[in-house]
Write a protein that binds this ligand. Structure first.
Ligand code: ZN
Length: 312
């Protein structure tokens, strides 16, 4: 029974529907909670609405998609209306499941790149099957932007392949270039230029002969580096025949990682030695100056008391 201000479960549920129509989602969620407390008959759909409101507030939170998915399982209806939009229950459940997996994979740390990339690929494949060329319904409802499941999946596949490339580059530049090629294909499918992937592929497959040790190396920026140097014209002429591609256009030399790191570590050690020596000398000078200041202060105060004695 309802008296005045005290609404029953059904009245509260109907009030929440109006609040949803007015897009007053926070208010609607509170009213729905109250309707559930007051034992509304619409408890299942009320729970779906609350979960649907929560996912809208935090579209990047996988737990919100899981909660919505769980509430949809108990709904017992093929479709439902939220505001003016009708959603197919089964399709939305699949979307929630795929979105939750994709977001979880994307949010993983980069510590284990291969595991993260594989999780992302799994999630993206799920999205291709579950949503495909249809638009992501939840994203579309709240953001107003049409984004197909395929487009989102392509973007995730590109990111995953870039991660795999990054991981493989350390041991296998050739394999890394293949991953970049895959990433490039996915980006092209989404209408992007894929310029960064092309640049990386060139970088990964670039080869040189180390100017210092003469080893053949593949993979710029990881396995060999440019170093500033001053090769003489005679060396440059000699380089053309024997040590192909060991010079850059600017006459910097190309040096393999082992040579590069051994030189830079030795240089670091030497400069650190100079630094420590410099600091020690500075400290000694400082101590000497401090001693002189103390001596001078003592002389000044002696002179001051001499003057005082002369005045009296
Ligand atoms: Zn070398």
């Amino acid at each position: 029974m309802a008296f005045g201000l005290f609404k029953d479960g059904e009245e509260l549920f109907n009030a929440a529907l109006e609040e949803i129509n007015r897009k007053e989602y926070d208010k609607a969620a509170k009213t729905l909670e109250k309707a559930i407390d007051k034992k509304t008959k619409n408890v299942n759909i009320a729970k779906v609405y609350i979960a649907f409101i929560n996912v809208g507030k935090d579209l990047d939170n996988p737990a919100c998609y899981d909660a919505l998915n769980a509430s949809l399982k108990d709904l017992g209806q093929d479709n439902f209306k939220f505001g003016l939009t009708t959603f197919a229950t089964d399709a939305l459940m699949k979307e929630c499941d795929a979105m939750s997996k994709c977001i979880r994979a994307r949010n993983m740390g980069d510590g284990d790149k291969v595991s993260k990339a594989n999780m992302m690929i799994d999630g993206a494949k799920g999205l291709m099957v579950a949503v495909g060329d249809q638009n992501l319904r939840i994203n579309e409802y709240y953001s107003g932007h049409a984004l197909s499941g395929m487009r989102m999946a392509n973007a995730i596949m590109a990111e995953a392949n870039e991660l795999l490339a990054l991981d493989a580059y350390w041991t296998d530049p050739q394999k890394a270039a293949e991953y970049q090629q895959q990433a490039y294909n996915y980006r092209r499918q989404n209408g992007e230029s894929g310029e960064e992937n092309l640049k990386k592929m060139q970088q990964y497959s670039k080869a040189c002969t180390c100017w210092i040790c003469g080893r053949q190396v593949v993979g710029e920026g990881m396995h060999f580096f440019q170093m500033s140097a001053e090769p003489s014209p005679q060396q440059i002429a000699g380089d053309k025949n024997e040590l192909q591609r060991s010079l850059s256009d600017s006459h910097d030399i190309y040096v393999c990682r082992a040579c590069y790191t051994s030189i830079s570590r030795r240089a670091d050690a030497i400069s650190n030695e100079y630094y420590q020596r410099g600091i020690a000398e500075l400290r000694a000078t400082e101590a000497a100056l401090r001693g002189q200041i103390i001596a001078l202060e003592a002389r000044v105060s002696r002179l001051q008391s001499d003057i005082m004695m002369l005045r009296h």
